[in-house]
Design a protein around this ligand. Structure first.
Ligand code: F6R
Length: 242
């Protein structure tokens, strides 16, 4: 595991975007596994800047997002599809037909999960972006006695709904369920880019990366992956210096 700590968010974003842009330069039809939330935004902004400067093209890139809320109306600004369009896809030359986000409004969610897994099985993700929840979740794989390998519907924990309430007018509006890629699919990515920002993530990041491997801290499973790059700002990295 390669853990990099940065003094500024700007440097973190530049290195993160550089890793992804180099991959796309050498493999124009790279497959990206994408995350939403606040952690990847700065890297997406830097990728947009690199695209605008002509250093990288997303024309042949394919992408699969980790997760999507269940039941938010299509076009709602907090759906993860809207997030991806606003934060990245609308600003680069990616073909939106080549971008997939689970459909949280599918009439048959179980069938949607199966279709997503079938697509992932064909795809082989080159780089998987990940943030980490305060409780150690990755995607929406919440701490539990057992974890799912494949895509599934999950009941969001109260702490996750509370953490995400900042994006909604009130906690009541935060969906209670989501569709998420499973830990098995995440661990199949050739490379994982885990991003951690802020002091409030310091403890869980340290536990996940150095503590016991346990389904109660889903991100701890990343310790079993051979190619994880961790990008931390200095606040999120502070427990590594204790
Ligand atoms: C987002 C996702 C989540 C977030 C995590 C951290 O697609 O799957 O696991 O990465 O909740 O969220 P932020 O980055 O907002 O702290």
């Amino acid at each position: 595991m390669n853990i990099m700590t940065f003094n500024t968010n700007e440097e973190l974003n530049q290195i993160g975007a550089g890793i992804v842009a180099s991959l796309i330069q050498t493999k124009p039809n790279a497959v990206l596994g994408l995350a939403t939330g606040s952690s990847p935004i700065g890297i997406y902004q830097e990728l947009i800047r690199l695209y605008e400067k002509g250093y990288v093209s997303f024309k042949n890139v394919h992408s699969y997002n980790l997760d999507e809320y269940v039941g938010l109306p299509e076009g709602h600004p907090e759906t993860y599809r809207s997030f991806m369009n606003t934060q990245l896809f609308n600003h680069v030359d990616i073909n939106k037909d080549n971008t997939r986000v689970p459909d949280g409004n599918a009439a048959d969610l179980e069938a949607e999960c199966k279709q997503y897994d079938a697509a992932l099985a064909q795809a082989s993700i080159d780089i998987q972006f990940l943030g980490i929840g305060h409780n150690g979740h990755i995607g929406f794989n919440e701490p539990d006695q057992q974890l799912h390998g494949g895509t599934h519907v999950v009941q969001l924990k109260d702490e996750t709904r509370q953490a995400n309430a900042r994006f909604f007018d009130s906690i009541d509006q935060v969906p209670t369920q989501a569709v998420t890629m499973g830990v098995g699919s995440i661990l199949k990515a050739k490379m994982i880019l885990l991003i951690g920002r802020g002091a409030e993530k310091a403890d869980i990041i340290h536990r996940a990366l150095t503590g016991p491997i346990t389904t109660e801290v889903p991100a701890s499973l990343l310790q079993t992956h051979p190619n994880v790059v961790v990008l931390l700002d200095k606040e999120a990295a502070q427990k590594f210096n204790d």
